[in-house]
Unconditional design. Structure first.
Length: 506
């Protein structure tokens, strides 16, 4: 009974006096959005950065890889640290590290120092799950679903927004170092806002670093992300890449075994095995794998000169503008998610989002001859991302206690990111395998095949979303489906598992 009471949003979610939810949400949104944008902001400026640092494109590509590796390693660890030591103080530390990383990258004239700065920036990805934990802790219950939807949706639009912002700044003559200064200013502003606006008295719980869990988890994620990210350049069949994938499998299995044997694990595997958590995480992974590959496909397609039989010859800014409807679609979806959660619960917006994403690729498979087709497609994709990812935190939180909020959402975010890396790698590999003779550009068949594969992955995401155990009551209350045997044995506890009428599920 105590566990069920602890998992109720109303049991731990109380509006702290002196807090201004709207101002706090704006600060958290700015902080998390700035960090997500950092990842894709560097894509269009890599050639200029390579020139200024006097290194090759192969070398400067590590600017992207190091950031991904750092995010994969530190997001679960900092999320767990926030649950134990206080989310506000760990969020401030995270934003401070990200700001320091941006400053270091901005002032550095050598690649190693820039890479160190990007590694610090990557630590900032833990800001999202920490922010979700803060919202769950201090916001009024009726504000929680819409706030979580907005924060989560920002991860979906960040990649497209980063490319658009970078395209605008490049056209305006902004250097790579100048963009790093802008990133530093954004996260520093977020840090100041968190320090002054969030009033969250926190006590330090007993925390012991799970060394073996940290080593096996971080090692496995490093091997997996590094293998995916460097596979196209090192060769998917090379001994190095295959060895990385084998190492990832061994270390992640070892992590699973280790975490079940320590008294205070980094990640509670019993929590991860809960059907609602497992199903939501699987959906997050497949959603990332299916949807994120679309960024590569759209950007490359619209930038291809039309003389090759397809494409529209767009420059970096034009390609970024093509993704603008994605931002609009995601924001519209985020605004609608809380209403949908209230009336039909968090599961069905997630299901609808994966269906819309599948429809996006079906649309592109049929219609891709006019530039406006891609504006429509990115708008649909944004709608799907906003619905699916906007509903995930509420659904995920329904299966974990408030004390596990940040670490649970950290794992979810990491799985989205890893899935996105896989989806992007798959799309890139398909395009690379279908090039025209004598022309270093993909054929139109390469794109249509990629649309089919990405759509098929989204179909799997639909299946995973439908399988999440859930029941919605006619009076607007939501509960997670409980095993029938448990329901019969503990009817009084089942009644305590009923959520707030605002739509926040247990």
């Amino acid at each position: 009974m105590a566990e069920l009471l602890a998992s109720r949003p109303g049991a731990a979610t109380s509006h702290r006096k002196g807090t201004a939810p709207t101002a706090v949400l704006l600060v958290l949104a700015l902080s998390t959005f700035a960090i997500v944008v950092m990842q894709s902001l560097v894509m269009p400026i890599l050639p200029g950065l390579a020139k200024s640092l006097e290194v090759s494109m192969a070398d400067v590509s590590w600017v992207v890889t190091v950031n991904l590796l750092s995010a994969a390693v530190f997001t679960p660890f900092l999320g767990s640290l926030g649950d134990a030591l206080g989310r506000k103080r760990v969020l401030m530390m995270t934003l401070g590290l990200a700001t320091a990383g941006s400053v270091l990258a901005a002032v550095s004239t050598t690649l190693p120092l820039v890479l160190a700065g990007r590694a610090l920036q990557g630590m900032g990805f833990a800001a999202m799950p920490l922010a979700i934990g803060i919202v769950r802790s201090i916001f009024p219950p009726h504000r929680v679903p819409s706030s979580l939807a907005l924060l989560s949706a920002l991860t979906g639009i960040g990649a497209g927004a980063g490319l658009l912002i970078s395209g605008v700044l490049v056209n305006a003559g902004m250097t790579a170092q100048g963009m790093f200064w802008i990133s530093a200013a954004a996260t520093a502003t977020g840090l100041l806002g968190v320090a002054t606006l969030i009033r969250l008295p926190e006590r330090v719980n007993d925390f012991r670093v799970d060394v073996w869990g940290l080593l096996t988890l971080s090692g496995g994620l490093v091997c997996l992300v590094l293998g995916i990210n460097r596979g196209p350049s090192w060769g998917w069949g090379s001994a190095t890449v295959l060895g990385l994938f084998v190492g990832a499998l061994v270390l992640l299995v070892a992590c699973y075994l280790v975490e079940q044997r320590v008294s205070k694990p980094l990640i509670d595997m019993s929590m991860m095995r809960k059907p609602v958590v497992l199903g939501t995480n699987l959906t997050a992974f497949l959603t990332g794998a299916g949807m994120y590959g679309a960024f590569v496909l759209v950007i490359q397609f619209v930038q291809t000169p039309s003389r090759f039989g397809y494409g529209f010859g767009a420059d970096a800014l034009g390609a970024g503008l093509t993704l603008l409807p994605l931002t609009a679609g995601t924001l519209v979806a985020a605004a609608a998610v809380s209403m949908l959660i209230k009336h039909i619960g968090p599961k069905w917006p997630m299901v609808i989002g994966t269906v819309v994403a599948t429809a996006t690729f079906a649309f592109l498979l049929v219609l891709h001859t006019e530039h406006w087709h891609f504006y429509v497609a990115t708008g649909l994709l944004g709608l799907g991302l906003g619905l699916a990812m906007g509903a995930m935190p509420t659904l995920l939180n329904s299966g974990v206690s408030p004390e596990q909020t940040s670490v649970a959402n950290s794992v979810n975010q990491t799985l989205r990111s890893v899935g996105g890396s896989i989806g992007t790698a798959v799309a890139t590999a398909i395009l690379a395998a279908n090039t025209s003779a004598g022309v270093p550009l993909p054929t139109i068949d390469g794109y249509t095949t990629s649309f089919v594969i990405s759509g098929a992955i989204c179909v799997l995401a639909i299946v995973a979303a439908l399988a999440v155990p859930y029941r919605h009551r006619s009076n607007g209350e939501t509960v997670v489906a409980i095993e029938e045997s448990e329901t019969e044995a503990r009817p009084s506890e089942l009644s305590l598992a009923t959520a707030q009428r605002s739509g926040v599920s247990v």
